[in-house]
Design a protein around this ligand. Structure first.
Ligand SMILES: O=C(O)CCC(=O)C(=O)O
Length: 265
């Protein structure tokens, strides 16, 4: 059964470009959310992609046998290709075209599953800080919770207008280079005006590659499952030399597993 893509109002498109984020109540149907949730739980239960470095602990040192603080899977649709056939992905494509124009495309996905009661916060960061500094980006992250989310269960929070900032200084979470996840460490960043976006299951928040964002710990007694669809315009060469030293400093188990897996192929 199809679920029509939202048609954004002129005000929503303008708000996205001014604030760097918007929230939508429904990007797909409750039935499809249930289907996706089943696939999602199975992917995490089987730890798909672990040996390739696609499944890891975003918030900790990612040691074998230690419970992950922030379990993440990169490219879940590589392991469950049926995800890409879902109306959700078609609707994500339709919405991103409304924000960035007809050249914009869905480019990938990832999943962050915060365990019940002890899922750690996802610290303040800009997505672009994770990426290749030689490229210039115009992208949108479409963050879809697979259950209702509140501040207490770790909904997304944003700093309005931070999309206009340059990339600020980041480091691995807690300054521990074994951790893949990043956090802002620039003392000038003011997060006191954060806007929290509680939304229903199957709704979405959309934010840009430079928008500062955070999600709190999961204090609820249910897992906080989020599927994130990435989309954007093709990247271009960045017009000046630049480096992201926080990524160069990382020494993660995930990277070692990815290298070992690519040596085998
Ligand atoms: O799901 C989370 O906790 C954080 C998600 C996030 O940082 C992102 O989608 O860029």
């Amino acid at each position: 059964m199809t679920f029509p893509a939202p048609v954004l109002t002129t005000q929503q498109v303008a708000r996205y470009h001014i604030d760097g984020f918007i929230a939508l109540d429904a990007l797909t149907s409750p039935q499809e959310v249930s289907q996706i949730r089943e696939i999602y739980d199975d992917l995490f239960a089987r730890q798909v992609g672990r040996e390739k470095g696609d499944q890891f602990d975003l918030g900790g040192s990612d040691e074998e046998g230690v419970k992950a603080k922030l379990p993440q899977i990169l490219n879940p649709s590589r392991y469950a290709p049926e995800l890409k056939q879902m109306q959700l992905y078609a609707n994500a494509q339709a919405v991103v075209e409304q924000l960035l124009g007809p050249q914009a495309k869905v480019t990938g996905d990832h999943a962050i599953n915060k365990p019940a009661l002890d899922g750690a916060p996802t610290p303040w960061h800009q997505d672009e800080a994770y990426w290749d500094p030689s490229q210039l980006y115009e992208s949108v992250s479409i963050w879809i919770p697979l259950q209702d989310v509140t501040v207490a269960s770790g909904c997304m929070q944003f700093i309005p207008g931070s999309n206009k900032l340059d990339i600020v200084e980041h480091q691995s979470i807690g300054g521990d280079v074994r951790v893949h996840g990043l956090e802002v460490c620039d003392p000038m960043v003011d997060t006191s005006h954060a806007v929290a976006c509680p939304i229903p299951a199957g709704g979405a928040t959309l934010h840009g590659n430079r928008t500062l964002h955070y999600a709190g710990p999961n204090r609820s007694d249910q897992p906080r499952r989020a599927l994130i669809i990435m989309a954007g315009l093709p990247s271009k060469p960045y017009p000046a030399p630049r480096r992201f030293p926080w990524n160069e400093a990382k020494r993660t188990a995930r990277e070692q597993r990815a290298m070992a897996a690519s040596d085998k192929t």
